[in-house]
Design a protein around this ligand. Structure first.
Ligand code: MG
Length: 262
């Protein structure tokens, strides 16, 4: 099931998406069916629905926090000259960095090198702590697509990640949450102005989704709607104002955002 959040002619709603399409190029065949309250639990329909083309997709969830895992693909760690860490290397992105499909990624004047990182994102479904890898699936609502936008020059200058990863608009999420998906071997593809830049598979992750949840939930309580960014494959690169970046994860859809100067 694909759960989305939309702006419709009279407000904002969580919806279930019906029909075939990737959420970026071909939304005219899709219908958005409103659900009561929120996407956690069995959806109850209100009976209102809209052709998706008459609405605007928003970030599918508003997380209390975004936890990101760095250097989780060996080929990406190598391209930046980093070793693969023995344990997941985690950092936080603020909730205010989240934007939805089609919203602009804003290049701040303080950075000369803003890069895309296409990633599979996990959306947590219930409050949890100390979750074992074996039980990780039970706390997952579903999966969406993320772009872990990074001011690489500021990240390098600071050693730690907060400034380079946290600007407003640096966490595009969408187009929706796919609730039925096996995350173990999916293609992750990033295109910049329709040119292929990243082409990886989640089977190349150093730490699996289940291990990431075990590791992170041993540190902090995860809340419904919290998002885990699971790392990016090789091929990261710079984005310039005027370009358009798309991230596609197999089985979920395509997240497309224009790039603008702030
Ligand atoms: Mg990343």
């Amino acid at each position: 099931m694909r759960m989305a959040r939309i702006a419709h002619p009279s407000g904002v709603a969580f919806v279930v998406i019906d029909g075939e399409g990737d959420g970026s190029h071909d939304i005219d065949n899709l219908v958005a069916k409103e659900i009561v309250d929120h996407p956690f639990g069995t959806p109850e329909y209100t009976g209102r629905e809209w052709p998706l083309g008459q609405t605007r997709l928003l970030a599918p969830i508003l997380p209390s926090k975004v936890v990101a895992v760095g250097r989780n693909y060996a080929d990406h760690a190598a391209e930046l000259g980093n070793a693969v860490p023995d344990e997941p290397l985690i950092f936080l992105k603020p909730s205010t960095s989240v934007i939805g499909p089609g919203a602009p990624i804003l290049i701040p004047p303080s950075s000369q090198r803003v890069e895309f990182e296409g990633e599979l994102a996990v959306v947590i479904g219930r409050p949890c702590r100390d979750v074992s890898a074996e039980n990780a699936k039970s706390v997952i609502l579903g999966y969406t697509v993320a772009n872990d936008v990074t001011a690489r020059d500021l990240q390098r200058a600071d050693v730690q990640f907060t400034r380079g990863k946290s600007f407003d608009s640096f966490c595009p999420l969408g187009p929706w949450i796919e609730t039925e998906l096996d995350p173990s071997d999916l293609s992750v593809v990033t295109e910049l102005d329709e040119e292929l830049m990243q082409d990886g598979r989640t089977s190349d992750m150093v730490h699996t989704v289940a291990h990431q949840i075990e590791f992170i939930s041993a540190i902090m309580t995860l809340l419904p709607g919290d998002v885990i960014l699971t790392g990016t494959p090789a091929g990261v690169g710079r984005m310039l104002a005027g370009q358009t970046v798309s991230v596609t994860v197999e089985g979920i859809g395509t997240l497309t955002n224009p790039v603008q100067a702030r």
